[in-house]
Write a protein that binds this ligand. Structure first.
Ligand code: SAM
Ligand code: SF4
Length: 327
């Protein structure tokens, strides 16, 4: 099998699959309050189309799939897609990133269908601040979703947290205490805010967060985490909680990037920051054979950018809309 290599010598084993650009939240750092011009239903890849494409990617060395959105749980019958993807030879890691608002009702079904792990985005433990940051989300529903996921065997759960200065940074220690009370079930990962479409929030850089945590806790290096992520992992000695820092701006990991992103409308984002990506859906719907699709994918990956140029305090913002790309 010829690995999926770009012109900078990076090989790719990880594919994020966005199943919808829609979402039941409007997180302040992700979407405008009024929502977006949603993709048309007919433009979305069907589950059969996604399954066929993932099968072709698997034949080129993709082993790890993460479902995302928008919010993946707003697309109907997601467990049907999970079951299909789980049957593809070579896919040994099938995960999902979700806001967990609807998770309580379907965690078991998803686990039964073959989902292995989840990441849940949660930026506040204060019900009012949570509702303000997500523009309407209910914290109690998300917490119920976490419990259902643990009961269904989807743990340990990685909690994705974007800390914004002056918004939720006051909760840094509360988050560590809350999840650190059950370190066997949770890991906490802090993601630097990425400036899509020049909507600026003040992100706290990973080094600043680590300094604030080190002032209170003893942090020791925890080595490699589960999965194939860019997080740099640490352990909080006082409670055994594993934490990670994902630093796309202050310490970008472009030179070792192993990931690709299939958008819900079939565009292949070879780099998170690149808006001008070609459509696999059009190739597929024009009747291409698997071999032709494979050739089209290889050509797209060859054209992958070297990296993005956003910085904590400036640089070039990312192109496009996060909720279409899926993080
Ligand atoms: N709706 C799901 C969720 O929130 O987990 C999946 C999609 S969401 C776009 C994936 C991840 O991207 C979430 O963890 C979210 O916090 C993160 N995210 C969204 N906008 C971001 C931004 N501008 N900078 C950094 N992370 C962002
Ligand atoms: Fe929705 Fe996730 Fe974006 Fe929040 S971060 S608006 S939950 S897609």
């Amino acid at each position: 099998m010829e690995p999926l290599r770009d012109s900078f010598g990076r090989t790719h084993s990880y594919l994020r699959v966005s199943v919808t650009d829609r979402c039941n939240f409007r997180c302040v750092y992700c979407m405008p309050e009024e929502g977006l011009d949603w993709m048309q239903r007919a433009d979305l890849l069907s589950y059969e189309e996604i399954t066929r494409l993932v099968g072709i990617f698997a034949g080129m060395g993709i082993t790890s799939i993460r479902l995302t959105g928008g919010e993946p749980l707003v697309r109907k019958d997601l467990e049907r897609l999970v079951a299909e993807l789980g049957r593809i030879p070579g896919i040994d890691d099938l995960a999902m990133t979700t806001n967990a608002h609807r998770l309580a009702g379907c965690a078991q079904e998803l686990a039964d269908a073959g989902l292995k792990r989840i990441n849940v985005s949660l930026d506040s433990l204060d019900p009012e601040r949570f509702s303000a940051l997500t523009r309407g989300g209910r914290l109690d529903k998300v917490l119920a979703g976490l419990e259902a996921a643990i009961a269904a065997g989807l743990g340990p759960i990685k909690i994705n947290c974007v800390i914004l200065e002056g918004e939720n940074d006051v909760e840094l220690y509360d988050l560590v205490e809350f999840f650190g009370a059950r370190p066997e079930h949770f890991e906490l990962r802090f993601i630097e805010y990425m400036p899509f479409q020049a909507r600026w929030h003040t992100s706290l850089a990973s080094a600043e967060l680590r300094a604030r945590l080190s002032a209170v806790y003893t942090l020791t290096s925890a080595g490699e985490g589960v999965g194939q992520g860019p997080a740099r992992d640490w352990m909080i000695q006082e409670n055994g909680l594993r934490i990670g820092f994902i630093s796309p701006l202050s310490n970008n990991f472009c030179s070792s990037c192993n990931r690709l992103r299939l958008m819900a409308n079939g565009h292949l984002r070879t780099c998170l920051s690149d808006d001008g990506t070609p459509s696999l859906r059009d190739v597929l719907r024009n009747g291409a054979s698997d071999a032709e699709l494979e050739a089209a994918i290889r050509e797209m990956v060859t054209g992958k950018r070297k990296g993005h140029e956003a910085l904590i305090d400036g640089g070039t913002p990312f192109e496009g809309v996060m909720t279409q790309v899926g993080g």
